[in-house]
Design a protein around this ligand. Structure first.
Ligand SMILES: [Zn+2]
Length: 255
């Protein structure tokens, strides 16, 4: 395969030609095809990640167009399934990428199958139930995953390399109560915040896939409106964590 299209990335020493070939044979699952997920699919397909699983059960709506970068007015008018519309765009961006669109709701029954055969999992879940499920499945299967989320003008990301860095339950043992969760529907969301969090998630994925650099060991909090970028260090993994410390996968087992 000709690698010319990747030359600007290959000139960056941690990538190089060897790294580019690694990316081409790598696979990533994107859990959600919303703001973060569409930015991630755009970014990683351009970077030449060889296989992308896109997972989302929703259809394109008009209020998605403000930030969900792969969708256009025709997709919204036709209320197309997000994964189908995204797959078509991504394929037009890079026809060498193998896209697997999965229009399913992530559940305890299917999550291990979704994350079990990829190298990295990236987060665009729209609720914490799904995130805790993804955390359980990834920790159980030993698959690295990158948490990401944003609301209003701020966002957060954290990289979970099972049994090397803290997992989601090490830091937040209990899921935040659903009624307390601030959402994009109530607090809004700036597209610029989405872009930054997605960019951080993709960069983490590249470091992990390439085996280069230093993956984020803590929690990064970014606020585009307040011009702040704060990395918080976190100790761990926590031996008392039900998931990565004790091997108890409460969310997976809640079938
Ligand atoms: Zn843990």
């Amino acid at each position: 395969m000709k690698l010319d299209r990747y030359v600007r990335q290959m000139v960056f020493p941690p990538v190089g030609e060897t790294g580019q070939r690694k990316l081409l044979s790598s696979s990533v699952a994107v859990m959600g095809c919303g703001g973060l997920g569409t930015h991630i699919a755009d970014n990683l397909s351009r970077a030449g990640v060889g296989r992308l699983k896109l997972v989302d059960r929703d259809h394109v709506e008009w209020n998605n167009l403000q930030r969900q970068i792969l969708f256009d007015e025709q997709d919204a008018a036709a209320a197309l399934p997000k994964v189908g519309a995204a797959a078509r765009k991504v394929q037009a961006i890079n026809s060498h990428v193998r896209i697997e669109p999965l229009a399913v709701e992530v559940s305890p029954a299917n999550v291990e199958g979704i994350v079990g055969d990829v190298d990295v999992v990236l987060d665009d879940c729209d609720n914490f139930d799904t995130r805790y499920l993804v955390n359980d499945a990834c920790v159980k299967r030993g698959v690295p995953w990158v948490y990401g989320g944003g609301v209003a003008s701020y966002g957060m990301t954290m990289t979970v390399i099972p049994r090397q860095t803290p997992c989601l339950r090490c830091i937040f043992p209990q899921m935040p109560p659903r009624e307390s969760a601030v959402t994009c529907a109530t607090a809004g969301i700036l597209a610029t915040t989405v872009s930054i969090v997605a960019a951080l998630e993709c960069t983490e994925a590249m470091k992990i896939l390439l085996g280069q650099g230093h993956p984020n060991q803590g929690l990064i909090h970014v606020d585009t409106w307040e011009n702040s970028f704060e990395p918080f260090s976190i100790k761990g993994p926590d031996e008392s964590c039900p998931a990565c410390g004790q091997g108890r996968y409460d969310f997976l087992e809640a079938r």
